[in-house]
Design a protein around this ligand. Structure first.
Ligand code: NAD
Ligand code: TYD
Length: 361
């Protein structure tokens, strides 16, 4: 039975990954989730998982060497899946330091602790161990408004925001461990994700939540910046496949060829909400194109991201399964069914959940 150490498993992608893995492997794997529970970490995302015998939650900061070392010493970890990070570009523009702390120094702690327990006296590594560093396409910078321009694994690193610069630094650290020690790692650089449990500071959940309340829909700049959107389960599947089939030391880009301008995304969300809300739902009258409000552009706003997923398709056999129209309907349906989740997240009440759940543990 493989033991996975997942960092940041209470966040958006991490929690979806944990649900995906238990859905696929059931009792045949063990998952230890280490998360600091920042504003973005929410244990409500893991309801239903917490009761499992083969799941353990540890509240710890990945920058805290002693806590992380203890987890590695007390458990025979086979796979590290490293999600924990500060992840929001706008926050990184306002307060960059914590991005360096968690994303760079935290990754260094994770790498070092894994190396300590996985390395053999002759400098080789124990069979079957792997560290998967989850990263972003934003490390490659910005593409021009040219439909034929894509990010490849060989594209140069040209990060612009403090967020992407910190992620690029962490990627380079992983690459340095591979080059220097032959450390068993993969890096995945994925495009923008959307789906259940996404914190409503990111574009898609923010627009859904605001539209349903008749609040303004803020569009940065001209609204024509392009992002390449991937349904979060497809990302989880890609990570699992890279863990199983990825060649050690390699980087894989993950993206579904679903590039859309931000303004198109907003129109699609508004249309889908109108289709899905029943005529007697009072929110139907609130959802309107009139809410769209152009606001000041983000500083250093990257124009276009687009991934060419040729390598992961050819070498691993990964393909995205969820078309955008279906993915956005599933996401909206999830938000309809989880009004309480959204209420708790936006009021900050979810942060009390840990106290209530874990005060005696
Ligand atoms: P998120 O902000 O939703 O979740 C991050 C999680 O990490 C939270 O649970 C938080 O509590 C935890 N965390 C933060 N600092 C920590 C620390 N010091 N110690 C322990 N835990 C800590 O982020 P997300 O959107 O789920 O992204 C997860 C990873 O995927 C990140 O590494 C991000 O760079 C990468 N990524 C995200 C996207 C995207 O579209 N969201 C796309 C590509 C890659
Ligand atoms: P975001 O979800 O923050 O992801 P990222 O910056 O990592 O790509 O933003 C996606 C795009 O949407 C980005 O071009 C910025 C834009 N945006 C808005 O126009 N309005 C908003 O309120 C937000 C949060 C983002």
């Amino acid at each position: 039975m493989k033991t996975y150490l997942v960092t940041g498993g209470a966040g958006f992608i991490g929690s979806n990954f944990i649900h995906y893995m238990f859905g696929k492997y059931g009792d045949d794997i063990r998952i230890i989730n280490v998360d600091k529970l920042t504003y973005a970490g929410n244990l409500e995302n893991l309801k239903g998982v917490e009761e499992r015998e083969n799941y353990t939650f540890v509240k710890a900061d990945i920058c805290d060497k002693e806590s992380i070392r203890k987890i590695f010493q007390e458990n025979d970890i086979d796979r590290v899946v490293h999600f924990a990070a500060e992840s929001h570009v706008d926050r990184s523009i306002k307060a960059p330091e914590v991005f360096v702390q968690t994303n760079v120094l935290g990754t260094a702690v994770m790498l070092n602790c894994a190396k300590e327990v996985w390395e053999l006296p002759d400098g080789s590594f124990r069979e079957g161990k792997k560290f998967l560093h989850v990263s972003t396409d934003e490390v490659y910078g910005s593409l021009p408004d040219d439909e034929n321009a894509y990010f490849y694994e060989t594209s140069p690193y040209e990060p612009h925001s403090p967020y992407s610069a910190s992620k690029a630094s962490s990627d380079l650290l992983v690459k340095a461990y591979v080059d220097t020690y032959h450390f068993p790692a993969n890096i995945t650089n994925c495009s923008n994700n959307y789906g259940p449990y996404q914190f409503p500071e990111k574009l898609i959940p923010l627009i859904i939540n605001n539209a349903l309340q008749g609040k303004k829909l803020p569009v940065y700049g001209d609204g024509k910046n392009v992002r390449d959107w991937l349904y979060v389960d497809d990302h989880a599947k890609g990570i699992d496949m890279v863990l199983e089939k990825g060649k050690l030391g390699e980087t894989y880009n993950i993206g579904g060829h679903n590039e859309k301008q931000n303004i198109e995304i907003i129109h699609i969300i508004l249309e889908t909400l109108q289709e899905m809300l029943s005529p007697d739902d009072p929110r139907k009258a609130l959802v309107s194109e009139d809410l769209i409000t152009y606001v000041e552009d983000r500083k250093g706003h990257d124009r276009r991201y687009a991934i060419a997923p040729d390598k992961i398709r050819a070498e691993i056999g990964w393909e995205p399964e969820t078309m955008f129209k279906e993915g956005i309907r599933k996401t909206i349906a999830w938000f309809f069914e989880h009004e309480e989740w959204m209420k708790n997240v936006t009021s900050g009440d979810y942060q009390k959940y840990y106290q209530e759940m874990y005060q005696d543990k």
